[in-house]
Design a binder for this molecule. Structure first.
Ligand SMILES: [Zn+2]
Ligand SMILES: [Zn+2]
Length: 383
């Protein structure tokens, strides 16, 4: 029997000329102008340094501002920080906050379906940038997804003056600063065009690569995946499997050692007074999802044979991990409370609590190690 051919995601759709022209002409301009700059001025460290500064400012404004603040409200921000995100975010040339955030909220709400604007099921290239070149009527209506943003004067101002702000912050400012660094053309070419193209494709990879390659440690109910490589390129956004399930968390790389500079940047802005009320998912919830995903993976691989045979051991081990983790978290909370009550603090009590925390941590790590070892053993047996 012959299978019906998969419908092309590009069929019956109209071309988005602005998207098409900008996304095809900007790489050409980047290459031509950068080559011309190097030919005329030689290699200038100051110009490439300026481009790196603009890369950090603009990627940071997309990840920390457009994404984790305006789209997901993972923390509260003072007006000066919102202005900062709005101005440098515009310089990334990824449309206004008003458009970007609503597209992104729809992506989360309808992930992997036809209504998802950048659904990976319409192909890698579609998710990467095809959706910006072609208008797709099957995408969900954006209207209901920006009621809160409508009331934000900074968001509406940025949307109204988006093109002028983007040109000013994305081209004029790098060119002027380039002039003071040794070359106006260099500033425009490297910190302007070339930087925009690199920022574009690195952030587009979150919608393509991070729904295609990587680990699904928390859920497999959607295609989002965790990729360390992409986390490096996009200041932490690569931990996309975690993000899709815990989108209200200001962190994407949840462990302290996960490479997530956006999380550190938001913490930095909290110290400066620009951000507050940073939202975190309780560890118990994160742990529950991880264990459930481990178990689901086992079920899928081992079919029905495993059920009766290993269920009791698995339940016992899982229970041990959960209770050890709960005790560790409870002791840490007690310690935090005690340490902040300066008046009644007892050093002996603190020391005792610290010791108990350490013991609880050892117990938790041992339980987790045993759970993982048993998981691997069962998976090996299945092969
Ligand atoms: Zn996604
Ligand atoms: Zn998101």
């Amino acid at each position: 029997m012959t299978q019906a051919p998969k419908p092309s995601p590009y069929k019956d759709k109209t071309i988005n000329w602005t998207g098409l022209l900008f996304l095809t002409l900007s790489p050409i301009a980047a290459v031509v102008l950068t080559a011309l700059h190097i030919y005329l001025d030689g290699f200038q460290w100051s110009i490439w340094g300026l481009a790196i500064v603009f890369y950090v400012l603009t990627v940071g404004s997309i990840t920390g501002g457009y994404h984790r603040y305006f789209s997901h409200r993972t923390y509260e921000a003072r007006p000066w920080l919102k202005w900062f995100w709005a101005l440098f975010g515009a310089a990334a040339f990824q449309n206004s906050i008003w458009v970007w955030a609503r597209d992104h909220r729809v992506h989360h709400r309808f992930v992997d379906t036809d209504q998802d604007p950048y659904s990976i099921n319409k192909g890698f290239l579609w998710a990467h940038f095809g959706w910006m070149l072609i208008n797709d009527p099957s995408t969900a209506d954006l209207k209901p997804y920006g009621r809160d943003l409508e009331k934000d004067k900074i968001v509406m101002f940025q949307d109204k003056h988006y093109v002028s702000l983007a040109i000013l912050m994305g081209f004029v400012l790098p060119a002027v600063l380039g002039y003071f660094c040794g070359s106006l053309l260099g500033g425009l070419a490297v910190a302007g065009f070339l930087r925009i193209v690199v920022v574009h494709h690195m952030t587009f990879f979150i919608n393509s690569w991070c729904h295609y390659f990587g680990k699904q440690g928390y859920t497999d109910t959607n295609t989002a995946r965790d990729s360390f490589l992409m986390a490096v390129a996009t200041f932490g956004e690569g931990y996309h499997n975690f993000h899709h399930i815990f989108a209200s968390d200001y962190r994407n790389g949840v462990r302290w050692y996960h490479w997530d500079p956006t999380k550190w940047m938001i913490q930095g802005f909290r110290l400066l007074g620009g951000a507050h009320s940073l939202r975190r998912t309780p560890w118990s919830e994160i742990m529950r999802m991880q264990l459930a995903m481990d178990e689901k993976r086992l079920k899928n691989r081992l079919n029905n044979q495993w059920q009766g045979q290993f269920q009791v051991q698995l339940d016992n081990l899982k229970g041990r991990v959960e209770s050890a983790h709960a005790r560790f978290e409870q002791l840490r909370e007690e310690y935090r409370k005690l340490a902040s009550s300066y008046a009644t603090i007892s050093l002996d009590k603190l020391k005792e609590l610290k010791f108990q925390i350490r013991m609880a941590q050892i117990e938790f790590r041992a339980a987790l190690k045993q759970w993982r070892a048993f998981n691997s053993f069962l998976l090996e047996t299945a092969n």
